[in-house]
Write a protein that binds this ligand. Structure first.
Ligand SMILES: Nc1ncnc2c1ncn2[C@@H]1O[C@H](COP(=O)(O)OP(=O)(O)OP(=O)(O)O)[C@@H](O)[C@H]1O
Length: 271
């Protein structure tokens, strides 16, 4: 994941250099270097307030035009996110890269059936009806959800189903990078494992890249290829998950690891 400026990789979907986010002159998040290629899962971990979500929001361009001061370079799909207009970012978000929230039910419009939501999203991105039907079928198969569920409203599905639906929506739109902010925190343990398995499978089978914010290292060890450990707005260590979690260099990472109870059962291969 780390690189030097001479190390040019043409397959990268995302490349971040010297990112800093400040509010009122105070640095709340920074990422010196991060890159993601197709099929890679990168996790940003750290305790509450360490700056994980802020980094994710900056990468998605969601801090552009806010009181946040964003410095550095974020190249997403060849577009420079820092300083981009909301119009430019909108065409990128929802097609090339999407965001999955902790609780998708809260962000899904409660007055519409899931089928309407998915059709509207596809229409907004210029996908016609016949193409939409085949994309929906493909995405629902990918996330292992029965298409019948599309006749329901968001409040009529479980948290796990809603999260799968949110992922299906991203798949439908053709997202090559899915950013996810604590995608399993609101789910119970068995369902968490199902969603992690799904993330892992989409990365493996469809080369979907993932940037996942998490505080749960058990989850990270199951799905992530690379991990970035943050504290107080700074990166403490970063590298392959095997190295960072297997031989943590920083006392803080060891503390986070000590806080992991036991890894939940099988279902996903450990990286
Ligand atoms: N709009 C804002 N204005 C001022 N400070 C902010 C703003 N948004 C976030 N912060 C600050 O930035 C810091 C990092 O917050 P962030 O939400 O990125 O942390 P986090 O690691 O994702 O935590 P959590 O796991 O609790 O979501 C915090 O100190 C927070 O108070």
């Amino acid at each position: 994941m780390s690189h030097t400026t001479s190390d040019v990789r043409t397959d990268l979907l995302l490349r971040v250099d010297d990112l800093q986010v400040l509010y009122g002159g105070r640095q709340v998040s920074s990422l010196p270097s991060l890159s993601i290629a197709p099929g890679e899962v990168v996790a940003i971990v750290g305790e509450s307030g360490s700056g994980k979500s802020t980094a994710l929001m900056a990468i998605l361009g969601l801090l552009n035009g806010t009181s946040a001061q964003v410095r550095g370079s974020i190249d997403a799909f060849g577009t420079q996110v820092v300083g981009s207009s909301e119009r430019q970012m909108r065409s990128l978000r929802g097609s090339e890269m999407t965001l999955i929230m902790q609780s998708p039910q809260a962000s899904l419009n409660p007055t519409m059936r899931l089928r309407t939501l998915i059709h509207r999203a596809l229409r907004r991105h210029g996908i016609d009806k016949s193409e939409a039907a085949s994309r929906i079928q493909d995405a629902m198969t990918a996330v292992r959800l029965d298409e019948k569920i599309l006749d329901r409203y968001a409040h009529e599905v479980s948290g796990g189903q809603a999260q799968r639906f949110a992922i299906a929506l991203s798949v439908c739109l053709g997202a090559r990078l899915i950013a996810a902010d604590e995608p399993t925190s609101a789910l119970d343990a068995t369902v968490q494992l199902e969603v992690l398995t799904l993330i892992h499978r989409l990365a493996q089978e469809r080369s979907t890249a993932w940037l996942v914010v998490a505080h749960d290292l058990a989850m990270v060890s199951m799905i992530a290829d690379h991990v970035v450990v943050m504290r107080n707005g700074e990166v403490l260590e970063a590298g392959s998950t095997r190295t960072v979690l297997g031989e943590p260099q920083h006392e803080y990472t060891r503390t986070l690891l000590d806080a992991v109870p036991t890894l939940p059962g099988e279902g996903v291969e450990h990286v």
